[in-house]
Design a protein around this ligand. Structure first.
Ligand code: PGA
Length: 249
């Protein structure tokens, strides 16, 4: 963990979650599942945001969205605006997730528009970056991350931001980066952010589970986790929160 930063455990449900099962999830979550040193957030699909924002708030959990469009309103069939997310109670919005980059073709130009729109609406972007396996094997990880972070150039350094480093080869694969890889990469990301005038939390993501959370959270420069698969069940998600709390203690 980096110094005094409050650690964040965030769950990304991706395209999973029906109303009834998500209400059971809320019931299964403890009241304020984390001590003061750990913040908890969940990103369900759009369809559940309104229904879950109050029940999550009652459990001390912040709600966020997994994506958004950059326009405020208008003729953009099928899109969700930042203002709609605020209206639904969102604090966070995930931007730059590798699944959006790789499957939906989102690159730096659109991501910059989305970052600006999120800030304008009062949302805190959770900006994801990460290299593919070929890039790690070719030794170009830092170049890739630097290029992805370059969208932050010229943005207001005081606008709220959380960064999530998620090696693409570790997402949903059961493979995690080694503590050495995580510490070295997080050091580079923090250094690059400092060069851009920013000091912010850098989460780790990619197959985080109750078995590896404590060693990953203990790595230098890791300020929390972005959890996919293991956030779908309240008990595994709470075990990860407990692991982060032990490290933060
Ligand atoms: P995973 O997903 O934990 O299922 O690997 C992480 C993510 O995509 O944010």
């Amino acid at each position: 963990m980096s110094g005094s930063t409050r650690c964040l455990i965030a769950g990304n449900w991706k395209m999973n979650g029906m109303l009834q099962e998500s209400l059971s999830f809320v019931n299964d979550m403890r009241e304020n599942p984390a001590p003061e040193a750990v913040e908890v957030a969940l990103m369900p699909p759009y369809t559940l945001l309104h229904a879950l924002s109050k029940p999550f708030e009652d459990k001390g959990i912040r709600i966020g969205s997994q994506s958004m469009y950059f326009e405020t309103s208008g003729a953009f069939t099928g899109s969700i605006s930042p203002l709609m997310l605020r209206d639904a109670g969102c604090h966070y919005v995930i931007l730059g997730h590798s699944e959006r980059r790789d499957i939906m073709g989102e690159g730096n130009v659109i991501l910059r528009k989305k970052l600006d729109a999120a800030w304008h609406a009062g949302l805190e972007p959770m900006f994801c970056i990460g290299e593919h396996l070929e890039e790690r094997e070719a030794g170009t990880t830092n170049d890739v991350l630097k290029e992805q972070l370059s969208v932050l150039e010229g943005t207001d350094v005081n606008a709220p931001l959380t960064v999530a480093y998620e090696p693409v080869w570790a997402i949903g694969t059961g493979k995690t980066a080694t503590p050495e890889q995580v510490s070295a990469t997080h050091a580079f990301v923090h250094q690059e952010l400092a060069r851009l005038g920013r000091q912010c939390r850098v989460l780790y993501g990619g197959s985080v589970n109750p078995g590896n959370a404590e060693s990953l959270m203990a790595c230098e420069g890791v300020d929390g986790a972005l959890v996919g698969g293991a956030s779908l069940k309240a008990d595994t998600f709470m075990e990860i929160i407990a692991a982060a709390a032990r490290v933060a203690a």
